[in-house]
Design a protein around this ligand. Structure first.
Ligand SMILES: [Zn+2]
Length: 440
């Protein structure tokens, strides 16, 4: 079995553009590690309000002086050309050239990652120091890029659970010659699936989707609309290799069972981890899953300092979208820690059930032998009632623990005796017992 770090070493340099041979090669390699279905969506296919782009290839690209001195050469890094750049060949003045040269906003010696999928322009990328040093009047440019019909490819790894309803994991495989964004999420997801495939059958099925960012998730969702109602929760895996603490971004439906279970487990395992609302930590494909007409509660997990702290000014991490996003900034240990966390989050979601009350009014606690004496344990007495107050068919144990800022164990200690006495049962779907709900 190839380790996560070995897979990164093998794949990271590939020119993994949105629809490209480099992307396909990486996906085919991953399909050798686990049973995987590869979906192909041809260029030009309408996917909801979008269209699948053409395949893009760049064989050669350079900038040189008129006397033939190479200043920028694609052979040195796949990032030297703007992803989806138009082809171009000719002599240009410095004034004509400069608007087509791109540098990184805060790393003067780095090559930035720039993409122009819809702007239809040509461009090269280089360190700011190199661009500032261009002192000749005229230059020669060549960008030998090609656009042709191809197919956007999506890898799907599936673990059948007891239920067809599923939890979705996702990560994006595009981004040439970069690692943390988001090859790190891809290999963590793959390792999670290897563990699930080897372990006992989960209750919910699990689908892991590997695709190019944005267009990949829209392509998959638009072609599998019949599966959307079965998607009960999801987690986008992103930027999991750096030394920063984990950060969890809640879904658009912050009160979903997935949100409650995942936020609670993260708080218990890593109290220093940041938990933020939808669209407040990092924006990615979870947007498509949470969007109108889809509304899968998909959270996202990454490693990032709290985005509101001053040290986060190099948001989301200093080497982001540059040629410094290499295997040197990620580690096998951290990838394994993220994998173990994802497995724990999935296990928590698997156990999530709604707590349904089969009683009305406050329970006659002493009559059932459930009385907690407030003279001996005032805190336990209060907690016991606060938990029982919330068992109404609309909350899980995790929801109640989050609401009361107590541990899951404390809630379970109250709920288990109620289940034993037949006063409470567990349900996969909400069973609101409030007689005002649903009344005409
Ligand atoms: Zn990115």
């Amino acid at each position: 079995m190839t380790s996560m770090m070995q897979l990164i070493e093998e794949l990271w340099r590939l020119p993994r553009h949105l629809v490209s041979d480099g992307y396909d090669q990486a996906l085919a390699r991953l399909a050798g590690e686990v049973p995987m279905t590869i979906h192909e969506v041809p260029s030009g296919t309408k996917i909801w309000t979008w269209t699948v782009p053409e395949k893009w290839t760049c064989d050669e690209a350079y900038l040189e002086t008129l006397d033939g001195r190479r200043l920028i050469d694609l052979a040195d890094s796949p990032l030297h050309v703007v992803s989806y750049s138009l082809p171009f060949e000719g002599e240009v003045s410095r004034e004509e050239l400069l608007p087509h040269l791109h540098s990184h906003p805060h790393l003067p010696d780095a090559i930035p990652f720039v993409f122009k999928y819809y702007q239809r322009d040509w461009g090269l990328c280089a360190p700011r120091t190199l661009i500032n040093g261009l002192d000749e009047e005229r230059y020669r440019v060549k960008i030998a890029s090609r656009f042709e019909p191809g197919a956007l490819k999506i890898g799907e790894v599936f673990v059948q659970g007891e239920l067809d309803d599923c939890f979705v994991l996702a990560a994006h495989l595009d981004h040439p010659a970069q690692v943390n964004d988001d090859l790190s999420g891809v290999v963590v997801g793959l390792d999670v699936m290897r563990a699930l495939l080897a372990g006992p059958k989960p209750r919910y099925s699990v689908r892991f989707l590997i695709f190019p960012e944005t267009q990949g998730s829209i392509a998959y969702l638009s072609q599998h609309e019949h599966l959307i109602p079965q998607m009960r929760g999801g987690l986008f895996l992103e930027m999991l290799g750096t030394a920063a603490p984990h950060a969890l971004q809640l879904s658009h439906q912050a009160h979903s069972p997935a949100d409650g279970a995942l936020a609670l487990v993260l708080r218990e395992r890593e109290p220093e981890a940041h938990v933020g609302g939808f669209r407040t930590v990092i924006d990615n494909d979870e947007r498509q899953f949470n969007a109108p007409g889809v509304r899968v509660p998909m959270l996202s997990l990454c490693r990032m300092a709290n985005p509101h702290l001053p040290e986060s000014r190099f948001y989301p991490y200093p080497e982001y979208h540059s040629d410094l996003d290499t295997p040197a900034i990620v580690s096998q240990d951290r990838l394994e820690a993220s994998r173990d966390l994802v497995l724990a989050l999935l296990a928590a979601f698997d156990q999530t059930r709604y707590l349904v009350n089969h009683y009305k009014g406050e329970i006659f606690a002493s009559g059932f032998g459930l009385w907690v004496d407030y003279r001996q344990d005032p805190e336990g007495h209060r907690r016991h009632f606060r938990i029982m107050d919330r068992i109404d068919g609309t909350r899980s144990a995790a929801d109640i623990a989050l609401e009361l800022d107590c541990s899951l164990e404390q809630v379970i200690a109250v709920v288990d005796p109620l289940i034993e006495k037949g006063l409470v049962s567990l349900s996969d779907t909400p069973q609101p017992s409030d007689p005002h709900l649903g009344a005409a």
